[in-house]
Design a protein around this ligand. Sequence first.
Ligand code: HSE
Length: 303
Amino acid sequence: MKVHVSVPATSANLGPGFDALGLAVSLYNEVEVREAAKTTVAVEGEGTGRLPAGDKNVVVRALRLVYDAVGRKADGWTVRCVNRIPPARGLGSSAAAWVGGLVAGNALLGSPLDRARILRLAARAEGHPDNVAAAVYGGLTVAGGEGESVVALSLPVPPSLVWVALIPDVTSSTAEARAVLPPKVPRADAVFNVQRVALLLASLQAGRVDTLAAALDDRLHQPYRRRLFPWMPSVISAARAAGALGCVLSGAGPSILAVAPGVAESEAVASAMEKALSRAGVGGSARVLAVDTQGAAVREQPS
Ligand code: HSE
C-alpha cells in the first residue's frame, strides 16, 4: 500500500500568541510513502537538492518515530515529496515535514494513533506546538502544554478575512530568531500580550474586524526580532496603509502575514508589501491565501 498526505503551511504566533497560536493556510506539501527494502527520498519543488535523501531527512525521521511509538519495524521507505512551502521562511516547512511523515507512517500502520497523539509526537520533535497543531488540525489552533500534556483546539476564523503572506527571498533560522529573545520579560509586557491574545480570539469569534489591529500587537517577540528583519516596520506600515486590518511577523520570520477585509484589499496589500520590501533592497513575493480548515489529509492508494 502507498499513502499520500497533504500538509498545509502554517503561520505561528499571529502577533501576541507566541508559541501558542497557529494558522493553517492554503499552500501544501505532499508526501507519498510506501514501505521498501531500503530508504530513498525524492524531492521535487522547494528544497530540491538541499534536503537530506536518507535517514536524516525529517520525513524519514518522522516515519521512524511513529513506527517506534507503536513498536513496529520497517527496513525502509520509498518517499516522494512535492514541496511548495518555502523552507526557513516562517511558514512551517519543518512542521509540515514532521506532520507529513507521522501521518503517513500512521496510515501505513493502519492508523493506530489518533490526531492528539500525532500532535504530541510532532510537538516534541519540533520543540514547540504552535505550527504542528495547525498542520495537524487546520484552522486557527490554540495549543498549550509540554511534552505528553500538549493539547490543541482548532477554532473557526471569519471566512470573509483574506490572508496575505509576504515571502522574502532571504531565509532565517528559527534557532537564531529564538536566541535573540530575552529569557525574562517585564510583567507589563506579559500583561500586554495576555490582553492582546484574549482580544484576538474574542475579535475572531465575534467577527469584529475593528478590534483586530489592536489585538495583533505584540511585545514578546517581534520587538526583539526587528533587528534580524530591519525592513519589518516599513512593510507592516505599508500593509496597514494599503488596507490591512493587521500585520505580523509569520512565526519566527522572515515572512510577514497580513490580514485584509476582502479580496480587493488583499491584492492592494500584497502589492504594497512587495514594494516596501523591494525599497529596502530585499526581493520577495506576496501570496494571497485562504485558511486551510482540514489540516493534514491522508489518502490511501494501492501501490
Ligand atoms: N513560535 C515559534 C517562534 C514559531 O516564534 O519561535 C517558530 O516556527
